[in-house]
Design a protein around this ligand. Structure first.
Ligand code: GDP
Ligand code: CA
Length: 320
């Protein structure tokens, strides 16, 4: 069964790691957000692609969520002693090898799609990983700091450097309007028997993908076969800053709010919610969505596989 998944970083990585316990990874195409990509120390860093790669390869740090297990940060410590530009962005020593390898491939003329495939192959990842686009797209956050000054921040500056302390006014995806989907991405959605929207940050991870022309229409055309997993459980994200970003788009911070945000654009047919959110089911069904409930906290691969099984069932139940 051919499956396409739309993914951000850590929430998606955990979920997809569960998915490949129950389906053959060779049937899976994952389309990953690149709005967080950044040049650091001259290197092309793709945080969400790396998270998904590391989770699928089984080398992710489950506690920290991002980066690799058994990681050290000696290079970053030295760069901080140098007061190097961008050294606020912690890069592990093993992770650094990925960025060096990617940057070298791209300097030699490879597109991000090709570099991503090469990295996935080196990690033994059998699923096909695609960046959302080969074009540069950057998620920028318009914010106001405590002194009342307006800021225009790269998403990573907002989140990592400044610890999400600023008041967010809006989020923009610079370059998205003139970008095109990575080769094969729209075809993967069009031909999949199930399309899964991973439990990722709707504003910071999924919206950048939807901002690239073609993706929203491709999903809408297959909406009955699209099932999402709520990243919001019990009225709060399990990690990250979705609670700060959702209200800026007028979205209620709940499993029902996010469901409405996607359903309002005709993007999904099914929505998986956590058992703690049972009371929201009637509201979600009133949006015209099929729902299923399970414990969606992915504490280990087994739990993630259970969530994946439910999402897959919901997508397939959408018929043609
Ligand atoms: P990034 O890794 O920072 O790029 O962020 P993501 O786009 O992956 O967003 C993290 C989202 O994943 C947050 O909204 C979390 O609530 C969600 N998430 C993380 N772990 C889990 C989990 O175990 N279950 C569910 N349902 N959501 C999760
Ligand atoms: Ca991310």
């Amino acid at each position: 069964m051919k499956i396409a998944a739309v993914a951000g970083g850590v929430g998606a990585g955990k979920f997809l790691r569960g998915l490949i316990q129950i389906v053959s990874p060779t049937e899976l195409t994952v389309i990953v957000n690149t709005g967080d990509d950044m040049e650091v120390h001259g290197l092309h860093v793709s945080p969400d692609l790396d998270s998904v790669t590391y989770w699928l390869a089984g080398v992710a740090d489950r506690e920290r969520g991002w980066g690799r297990a058994d990681e050290t940060f000696r290079a970053t410590e030295q760069l901080r002693e140098f007061h190097a530009d961008g050294s606020w962005f912690g890069i592990g020593d093993l992770d650094l090898a990925t960025h060096l390898f990617r940057t070298r491939l791209m300097a030699a003329g490879e597109r991000l799609t090709g570099a991503t495939a090469a990295i996935a192959e080196r990690f033994g990842v059998e699923a096909r990983l695609l960046p959302m686009t080969d074009y540069p797209v950057t998620t920028r956050v318009d914010a106001v700091d405590q002194a009342g000054d307006t800021l225009d921040l790269h998403f990573q500056e907002y989140w990592v450097k400044r610890g999400a302390r600023d008041d967010v006014k809006g989020v923009r995806f610079v370059g998205a309007a003139t970008a095109s989907p990575a080769p094969g991405a729209l075809e993967a959605i069009a031909s999949a028997e199930a399309i899964l929207l991973c439990p990722s940050n709707p504003i910071a991870s999924i919206d950048p993908i939807l901002a690239v022309p073609g993706f929203a229409a491709a999903l809408a055309a297959r909406r009955e076969r699209v099932a999402g997993v709520s990243p919001i459980v019990g009225g709060a994200p399990l990690r990250g800053m979705a609670d700060k970003l959702l209200p800026t788009a007028g979205v209620e911070v709940s499993a029902a709010g996010v469901a409405a945000y996607y359903a309002g654009r005709g993007l999904i047919g099914g929505w998986v919610i956590d058992e703690t959110d049972t009371a929201l089911e009637p509201r979600i069904e009133a949006l015209g969505l099929r729902t299923l409930m399970t414990d969606t906290i992915m504490v280990d691969d087994e739990a993630a596989a259970r969530v994946a099984r439910v999402a897959l069932a919901l997508a397939v139940a959408g018929g043609s």
